[in-house]
Design a protein around this ligand. Structure first.
Ligand SMILES: *Cc1c(COP(=O)(O)O)cnc(C)c1O
Length: 400
């Protein structure tokens, strides 16, 4: 890919997504589940650009959404309502109401209180809410310390012991229908074992529900499949699917998988231009025109992203790559071996397709970057760079 030409055409900083890679990733996870009925419900929060969603819609993808805004995006992009799931630990009344009116596939319920609320709302609308309960398989995080999100945190899901009682409650309610069972044990997973264990635990609950004639159609295994940022060993989609399917022997549920990062993460790069180099003591800084407001992951998670300088290789010395924002946390890399750069050089920050643009803000009154799609060797703009006028639009009329 000619990054220099892209920056010359669309400006800097810039997000670029390779739609062919998105397609390849989508197909690899879809094919991994081909032994069974499945729905890939792309996790919209990873990258919610409408053109990305439309591309996935055309491939047959569904959507896992965590706000009514994401549901509206998915619908606008052409993902049909019967492939849309509404997840998240805190949903407002108006969001639940609208989701019911839009008749989406189901709502993932994460607490008893939410279930009661949803029942009331469904009743007031004269509707039946299709639900799935997000259970917390509570795999000891000590045996699996690589799951950084922590599995038994109370915020996520409902304990297995309580889930059965709630399913019985749903069965008796005229306004609720149990159609699914859901778990999601974390993000950037690189080990198979916890997924296998979680799947077995939840499949056991599924069987015990089927025994008491609670007919679950969807087994929703969440997302979380990890990608390579640096040198991680990751899980092959095939092995991932096999681990899940093995736990489902003798059942005929449809598997739903909600990958986000896996589909878009390595399909995207963030391009930023070098402003200057600077020395402070014996520390070398490469100051670029992109910043933490554009790509937050390094600042927020201390995340590692590979960085290349277009057209330059050797010699290398260690440098911090930093942005212009007035925060010491504004960096893309620390102590990174990089060639000497000069004004105008282009840095390619890799693996930036997931949780990149979606986390961008206008901090320091910086317009959010443009987004570009590359497909079949051709590029096209899919989101315009913001303008100063756009940023101030919601406040300027209040100037008195
Ligand atoms: C965030 C999230 C996902 C996607 O996670 P990835 O790590 O991007 O695959 C899927 N399902 C739920 C419920 C989530 O919260």
């Amino acid at each position: 890919m000619d990054y220099r030409a892209l920056v010359e055409q669309y400006g800097s900083p810039l997000y670029v997504y390779d739609f062919d890679v998105i397609e390849k990733n989508y197909n690899s996870i879809k094919n991994a589940f081909k032994a069974r009925k499945s729905l890939i419900a792309y996790a919209v929060k990873a990258n919610s650009n409408l053109s990305v969603l439309k591309h996935l819609a055309q491939l047959g993808s569904g959507a896992d959404c965590v706000s009514i805004g994401e549901i509206k995006r998915a619908l606008l992009a052409g993902i049909p309502n019967y492939k849309i799931i509404f997840s998240g630990v805190g949903k407002r009344d108006d969001e639940l109401e609208e989701a019911l009116q839009k008749d989406i596939l189901f709502i993932n319920v994460e607490s008893e209180a939410e279930l009661m609320r949803l029942e009331q709302i469904a009743k007031s609308l004269g509707k039946v809410a299709r639900v799935s309960i997000r259970v917390n398989p509570n795999i000891d995080p000590k045996t699996h310390p690589y799951i950084s999100t922590g599995l038994s945190e109370n915020k996520f899901g409902i304990a297995i012991e309580d889930a059965k009682r709630l399913y019985l409650y749903i069965k008796k309610s005229p306004f609720l229908e149990a159609v699914g069972i859901h778990f999601h044990i974390g993000s950037q997973l690189t080990e198979l074992e916890p997924i296998k264990e979680a799947s077995q635990i939840v499949a056991e609950l599924l069987r015990s529900l089927q025994k008491i004639e609670i007919d679950i159609k969807f087994f929703d295994v969440g997302g979380g499949l990890g990608i390579v940022y640096k040198d991680e060993k990751t899980i092959e989609p095939y092995d991932y699917a096999q681990a899940i399917l093995a736990s489902l022997k003798g059942t005929d549920v449809t598997v739903i998988c909600e990958p986000g990062r896996f589909i878009v993460g390595n399909a995207g790069v963030f391009l930023t231009r070098v402003l200057y180099e600077k020395k402070s003591g014996d520390r070398r800084f490469v100051i670029v025109d992109g910043a933490m407001n554009d790509l937050l992951r390094p600042s927020l998670y201390n995340a590692y992203h590979e960085i290349e300088v277009v057209g330059k290789d050797e010699p290398k010395s260690k440098a911090d790559v930093v942005g212009p924002v007035c925060e010491s946390g504004d960096f893309f890399a620390k102590d990174r071996l990089l060639p000497l750069t000069e004004h105008g050089d282009i840095l390619v920050v890799k693996s930036a397709g997931a949780y990149g643009f979606v986390m961008a803000s206008n901090y320091n009154t910086r317009p959010r970057p443009a987004e570009v799609a590359v497909q079949n060797g051709k590029s096209r703009l899919i989101r315009e760079r913001e303008s100063f006028e756009y940023i101030i639009e919601k406040e300027v009329r209040f100037l008195v």
